[in-house]
Design a protein around this ligand. Structure first.
Ligand code: FAD
Length: 322
């Protein structure tokens, strides 16, 4: 059993238990979301004790040296003393605009207190009122002065509900990140690119598509955006105009229930993609949104010939809150 010292109190961590689970079990209001070592929202800083390597995996050397670690994947082997992280890893940000793109999707723009370096398509974790933390993909480009997020309204959702019903221009949040590997890597400008997303899975793809064009990508780029029905799609006219301006860009809005006479493909998005492109050897793919669809597509795209190393995916997993 290890002891963890946190804000003047000492808590016991059971054998095999993570620091985060131990703190939560003891009633500590610690920020967390994914509980899987990816969103970074639970990050703490160790003042004494040894941190297992897994809890600092992928961190910059400077962060490791300062004792930052992820308590959600840290099973302590020694007693440790920890503190919350400060503004050195979390940035303050103000909401500068809120605009409904469809009845269920809010475009929120945020201006960070200091510039944040990111690749289009990565995600940030937004923190509000202390422990509430959720990840959102970045739809904007790195050289734009504000970060753009597309937030889908979830029934009973604490963060999305706040953005849809209570947030106002000028409200403050904290931003952690960026994280994620789902972004355009310049080079191989002739390679065909497939972008497939459902719902707000369009957010990272909207950034990646524009980033690829900005970098002069010349190979074909095909974007499929899927929703259950027509009302679930958004930015349709803007994307049609963008495709019309670039001969090598194609855009296929796709609905599960609807009519082709509306200019949409109809059917399950994985089927629509594979009917159009049954052989995909040599392509690069980005797949984002609903976790089930992301998992299915990864498998089917691989079986259609795309190397697993060329499939970049972000599944919008719900927060694992206790
Ligand atoms: C890497 C990553 C990137 C993401 N990017 C985006 C993004 O760009 N845009 C976006 O809108 N979301 C995105 N998400 C999802 C987002 O982080 C939140 O999970 C989502 O907004 C719900 O949070 P909430 O606080 O509103 O709901 P919560 O309070 O967490 O959940 C309320 C209830 O709804 C359920 N629930 C949660 N999510 C869903 C869902 N998708 N479908 C059905 N039920 C659900 C929960 O189980 C719970 O019962 C991303 C997630 C990850 C991991």
């Amino acid at each position: 059993m290890a002891l963890v010292e946190y804000e003047g109190q000492t808590y016991t961590i059971a054998p095999g238990e993570t620091v985060l689970d131990g703190l939560l079990r003891n009633g500590v209001q610690a920020a967390h979301a994914c509980k899987a070592g990816s969103c970074g929202s639970c990050m703490l800083r160790a003042g004494k004790g040894t941190i297992p390597a897994r809890a600092q995996s992928g961190f910059k050397e400077s962060w490791k040296a300062q004792g930052y670690f992820l308590p959600c994947v840290c099973v302590p082997e020694t007693d440790i003393a920890v503190t919350r992280v400060g503004t050195d890893v979390q940035l303050g940000a103000s909401i500068t605009s809120l605009e409904l793109l469809s009845p269920d999707v809010m475009r929120a723009r945020l201006r960070c207190d200091s510039p944040i370096a990111f690749h289009a398509g990565q995600y940030v974790t937004i923190l509000r009122e202390g422990p509430l933390a959720r990840s959102y993909s970045i739809a904007s480009l790195p050289d734009e002065s504000e970060i753009e997020l597309h937030i889908r309204k979830i029934a009973g959702g604490r963060m999305s509900g706040w953005f849809h019903h209570a947030a106002a221009v000028g409200d403050r949040v904290s931003v952690l990140g960026p994280s994620g590997e789902c972004f355009y890597v310049p080079g191989r400008e002739e390679q065909p690119i497939l972008l497939v997303g459902t719902g707000t899975g369009l957010a990272p793809l909207y950034g990646i598509l524009r980033d690829a064009l900005r970098h002069g990508h010349r190979g074909p780029i095909h974007l499929f955006h899927g929703a259950l029905h027509k009302g679930g799609l958004y930015l349709v006219e803007e994307l049609r105009r963008l495709a019309a301006r670039h001969k090598h860009v194609e855009y296929t809005p796709t609905v599960l229930n609807g009519s082709e006479s509306d200019g949409m493909a109809v059917g399950a998005i994985d089927q629509v993609v594979l009917n159009r492109f049954p052989k995909l050897a040599g392509w690069r793919a980005y797949v984002c949104g609903d976790p089930g669809i992301v998992q299915t597509l990864r498998k089917k795209l691989f079986l259609s010939g795309i190397s697993i190393r060329e499939i970049y995916a972000d599944a919008f997993l719900p927060a694992a809150c206790s």
